[in-house]
Design a protein around this ligand. Structure first.
Ligand code: NDP
Length: 445
């Protein structure tokens, strides 16, 4: 690592003890941006990197709620408002028992660069809670969301901070959150949350955007090698929002998804996953992926097989952070994998990335490849502000254009800094340069 950046990194470690995922995300960025720091001494003088590594505001609060049996539960809520140089803080809420402050900081930090890469006017933030919605009734989820928003609402606003969904926060949760915001503030402020259902201010293609966007990015990356998704076997980890709509778009572009997973195990369907059945199981019945194998005779479920052992040409990790390690990466290389595209945030460990890079596998990092979700959120804000509503076709076309731009910006920046084909360097440098330019223009704030 560049000497100046290494000393900044050491200071991040000292000031944020125990936050290993945050350290990992910071390190990944600082390892790439050395050439940009050398090229722009004015950024160093304004201490832009140190300022980017420190969130503008971190909010932690108690979330008390009552379950259906009258028992009281106490969860912890977070919102980390990381950087607003380019626009209001923008980034999702994650409800998952593993959520800690360090998790939210890693996601918020990634979000700053991702949002910058879209070219849209949005800053970066992230939030969530250690609440687990799985197995909870709709009314329990509603009571939790109402309690969460009762504290968080004072920090939000369409020009201030605009959350969206993430793991464990889908259409149901966003509806309850928006309902409580509206009730407390007595304002129908559609632009305060994105990912809303169409009936109360949502936008076409937001639900599909992260998965579709990742697939558009991957298709564009394959095109740089004179290739495409058509006829390729693909594995997609996860079976949530990102994974399901990745499967949909891969199939539309002529690829065949042969394996998906959830936290209970992996389903391998060598004939190609039946998406309608998978959606019914995951979105409507909220069951485990093993049900799929129960209903499809030739599909196999395994609770201990790694999804990366399934041979494929393209792998799209779309479940959670650090799910693809060096062993998994070696399995992918053995199975003939040509490209890994991150639908999830930071799903590949640093060792995993090294294995893929050494084997010449194209690697599309999440902060570029999964930027479609936040890009569609920004389009939702645009429609809310103008009280407009675009068609599905037009929204998808805008999303595709944005993802092609994100790809091309990363690709061109990697070329410019002497790292051709290195999307990690391209994404980090391009994102950093845009945020740094804005921070410099705004003065010391
Ligand atoms: P969901 O909650 O809808 O789905 C997550 C899926 O991943 C579930 O199927 C879950 O299974 C599975 N999963 C979680 N942990 C593991 C694990 N350890 N092993 C295997 N499977 C696991 O979340 P999203 O699809 O919204 O998000 C997925 C990833 O994409 C996250 O990293 C998120 O930050 C990122 N992302 C999401 C965006 C969005 O628009 N939603 C935008 C950009 C990034 P189970 O149900 O069993 O827990």
């Amino acid at each position: 690592m560049h000497a100046t950046l290494d000393s900044i990194y050491q200071r991040v470690l000292d000031r944020n003890p125990g936050e290993t995922e945050f350290h990992q995300a910071v390190r990944e960025v600082l390892e790439s941006i050395g050439p940009a720091v050398d090229k722009h001494p004015e950024y160093a003088q304004a201490r832009i990197v140190e300022r980017i590594c420190e969130p503008e505001r971190q909010i932690i609060f108690r979330v008390p709620w009552e379950d259906d049996d009258g028992n009281i539960h106490i969860n912890r809520g977070f919102r980390v408002e990381f950087n607003s140089a380019l626009g209001p803080y923008k980034g999702g809420l994650r409800f998952h028992p593993s959520v800690l402050l360090g998790t939210v900081k890693f996601l918020g930090f990634e979000q700053v660069f991702k949002n910058a890469l879209t070219g849209l006017p949005i800053g970066g933030g992230k939030g969530g809670s250690d609440f687990d919605p799985r197995g909870r009734s709709d009314r329990e989820v509603m009571r939790f969301c109402q309690s969460f928003m009762t504290e968080l609402y004072r920090h939000l606003g369409e020009h201030t901070d605009v959350p969206a969904g993430d793991m464990g926060v889908g259409a149901r949760e966003l509806g309850f959150l928006f309902g409580q915001y509206k009730r407390i503030t007595n304002r129908y402020e559609s632009g305060v949350l994105t990912g809303k259902a169409l009936v109360y201010g949502g936008a076409q293609v937001r639900r599909e955007a992260t998965g579709y966007g990742c697939t558009f990015f991957v298709e564009r990356a394959l095109q740089t090698r004179g290739d495409s998704l058509a006829g390729k076997d693909v594995v997609v980890s996860g079976a949530g929002n990102v994974a399901l709509y990745t499967v949909e778009k891969v199939h539309q572009l002529g690829g065949r998804v042969v394996a998906v997973s959830d936290s209970s195990g992996v389903v391998h369907d060598p004939k190609g996953v039946d998406l309608e059945l998978l959606k019914e199981i995951k979105e409507v019945r909220r069951e485990r992926v093993s049900t799929y194998a129960d209903q499809v005779g030739h599909a196999e479920f395994s609770s201990d097989r790694s999804i990366w052992d399934v041979p494929c040409q393209v792998a799209l990790p779309s479940a959670t952070q650090n799910e693809l390690d060096a062993d998994g990466a070696r399995s992918l290389v053995r199975g003939g994998c040509l490209l890994v595209g991150e639908g999830a945030n930071m799903p590949t460990t640093p060792d995993g990335v090294r294995v893929l890079r050494d084997a010449g596998v194209l690697f599309a990092p999440g902060k570029a490849a999964n930027a479609g979700g936040v890009a569609a959120s920004a389009l939702e804000m645009q429609q809310n502000a103008s009280r407009d509503s675009w068609t599905f076709e037009y929204s998808e076309q805008r999303l595709r254009e944005i993802m092609v731009d994100v790809h091309d910006r990363c690709h061109a920046t990697a070329d410019e800094y002497g790292r051709p084909g290195d999307y990690v360097a391209g994404a980090n440098i391009a994102g950093y340069a845009r945020v740094a330019e804005a921070m410099l223009a705004l003065g010391l704030v």
